[in-house]
Design a protein around this ligand. Structure first.
Ligand SMILES: Nc1ncnc2c1ncn2[C@@H]1O[C@H](COP(=O)(O)OP(=O)(O)OP(=O)(O)O)[C@@H](O)[C@H]1O
Ligand SMILES: [Mg+2]
Length: 352
């Protein structure tokens, strides 16, 4: 890493926008040399899945034209219900042999036809059980091939070669937590929560080893949709009303809807965290980091703290990285909550 790397681009296709971060590593750590985003039209991505490939191709083309990203290669992220993450124990094999047999081994553990899935894995650790058998704990990631290729094809159609596909929640964890990158130790487990527009990702890791992943199909857009429905206004008007409410501007009726919807989001998140904690091996969570545009919803952070009885830290992925662009403070405030996935996708590819 001390010799520096050629730049790598992380491309995060979110529900509300597509974002690209160009990152390189050097002596001073990681550096963000360029960042850009283009809003996506509604219904381009629904529930984390690509529905309108043409709209994404168009947005990616515009993103590359507008930003100073020169590389024509990118790593993309995915997070939806058609990707599953499973922790499994397998007889010990070295990495090469596991790679050769992974599809066969995964077939029993993955709830989708293995011929229609992309399979990846991370070896967590190996151990010897009570019977003296040498085993290994492996994190399996399986994603429906057609879902993945829809993303890959749409991006490549814009002239950008996709050199890797990663799980978006892992990317986010990497970008917001030194502990998740294995650069520092912390006591216990750490939870990282990315509240997006349509998807909320939760990762719990211990020392950089993922222990729990949950992809929830809820986010800030549910709050907006409820406001639109109950105030009888357009989605755009409801979005503006939601932002205004965060500044203390708005009618009591709107504030009530917002509060109720934020409560519902918090409940969903708490349900997942409770599930993790209740599991046998659920190591206590000592640190909780939140990011994503949806986390800016008025009241979400204090409600989460109250519900989980824990301090919540807002992620600062731009503070941990050498930012090469001179942004104004308000630009940093806009970019910081939504930059983690793209930055983490790039970091993951550099570290590999
Ligand atoms: N100031 C704000 N107050 C409240 N909500 C906000 C604010 N800014 C952005 N949001 C909300 O954040 C959400 C977008 O978050 P983000 O950009 O992280 O999602 P995304 O990455 O596009 O989508 P996803 O990850 O869910 O696929 C939207 O629902 C938007 O309304
Ligand atoms: Mg997102």
């Amino acid at each position: 890493m001390s010799f520096g790397s050629s730049p790598v681009v992380g491309l995060d296709v979110g529900t509300s926008a597509v974002r690209a971060a160009m990152v390189r590593s050097g002596r001073g750590g990681y550096a963000l040399s360029s960042f850009g985003q283009i809003p996506l039209t509604p219904e381009t991505v629904i529930d984390g899945e690509l529905r309108d490939g043409g709209a994404l191709t168009d947005a990616v083309s515009r993103l590359w034209k507008r930003s100073k990203i020169r590389s024509k290669k990118a790593v993309i992220g995915i997070a939806n219900q058609r990707v599953v993450v499973r922790q499994v124990d397998l007889p010990y094999l070295d990495e090469k042999d596991l790679r050769a047999s992974i599809r066969f081994q995964a077939a029993d553990h993955v709830p989708m036809p293995i011929d229609e899935a992309e399979v990846d894995f991370h070896i967590l650790h190996d151990y010897t059980n009570e019977d003296g058998e040498h085993l290994m704990r492996v994190l399996l990631v399986a994603a429906a091939s057609d879902m993945v290729s829809a993303y890959v094809d749409a991006v490549q159609e814009a002239g950008i070669e996709v050199t890797g596909v990663d799980l978006a929640p892992f990317a986010v964890a990497r970008a917001v937590s030194r502990a998740a990158r294995g650069e520092e130790g912390i006591a216990g487990a750490e939870a990282i929560i990315d509240v997006g527009a349509g998807v909320t990702n939760i990762v719990v890791h211990v020392g950089g080893e993922p222990r729990f992943v949950r992809i929830l199909l809820v986010g800030g857009d549910d709050v907006t949709a409820a406001l639109a429905r109950e105030l009888d206004v357009s989605f755009e008007q409801a979005e503006a009303a939601k932002i205004d409410l965060g500044r203390g501007v708005g009618l009591p009726n709107a504030a009530r809807v917002l509060s109720r919807e934020v409560d519902a989001l918090v409940e969903e998140i708490r349900g997942s965290i409770d599930y993790y904690v209740s599991r046998e091996e659920g190591e206590p969570i000592g640190s909780l980091i939140v990011t994503g545009g949806g986390s800016l919803a008025h009241g979400l952070v204090p409600k989460l703290e109250h519900s989980l009885r824990m301090h919540v830290t807002l992620a600062t992925p731009l503070r941990d990285i050498n930012v090469k662009t001179r942004w104004k403070e308000e630009q940093v405030a806009q970019i910081e909550p939504v930059a983690a996935a793209s930055i983490g996708l790039a970091i993951g590819a550099i570290a590999r």
